[in-house]
Design a protein around this ligand. Structure first.
Ligand code: FEO
Length: 167
């Protein structure tokens, strides 16, 4: 069982996960327009991951007797000036997600809700990977600077990413 306060807080995060999915879809559109198909693929996987995060939370609320309320999702940013800017925005976004998940965990701990704490632990671990992945890409982009061949190599590398549904 979850308190109404926890249900509301997780519900809010479900909406944010959907918003995250849209934000990455907008970034995918930017890369498609730049013919950077590997980066577009990477963002499409991000999109799918965010939908799976929302779904995982949705199922958890339902299984613990709560009710999800689906709300309006605001439009994400659609204007980007460079590849590096997109990935910097991605990192900032993931840091925001981490902060939100940590606050959810704080609430679950305050309420001594062990079920919610075990559930949220998966997301805390996931955020380590989310931030690390994009940080590595930013580091590579900074290293290559204006080198077009380097950019194409990174793009080819990101083409290999595949979606793995969460356990
Ligand atoms: Fe749902 Fe990228 O965190």
């Amino acid at each position: 069982m979850l308190s109404q306060k926890l249900i509301d807080a997780i519900n809010e995060q479900i909406q944010f996960e959907y918003y995250s999915a849209f934000a990455y879809k907008a970034m995918q559109a930017y890369f498609e327009g730049e013919d950077l198909t590997g980066m577009a693929n990477w963002m499409d996987i991000q999109f799918q991951e965010e939908l799976s995060h929302a779904e995982k939370m949705f199922q958890f609320v339902c299984e613990t007797g709560g009710k999800v309320e689906v709300m309006e999702i605001k439009a994400p940013n659609n204007k980007f000036d460079s590849v590096l800017e997109v990935f910097k925005e991605t990192l900032k976004h993931e840091q925001e997600v981490t902060s939100r998940i940590n606050k959810l965990m704080d609430l679950a701990q305050e309420e001594k809700n062990h079920t919610a704490q075990i559930f949220l632990q998966w997301f805390i671990t996931e955020q380590i990977e989310e931030e690390a992945n994009v940080s590595h890409i930013i580091a590579k982009l900074k290293r290559i600077g204006a080198d077009g061949r380097g950019l194409m190599m990174i793009d080819q590398d990101l083409e290999k990413r595949v979606f793995a549904p969460p356990a």
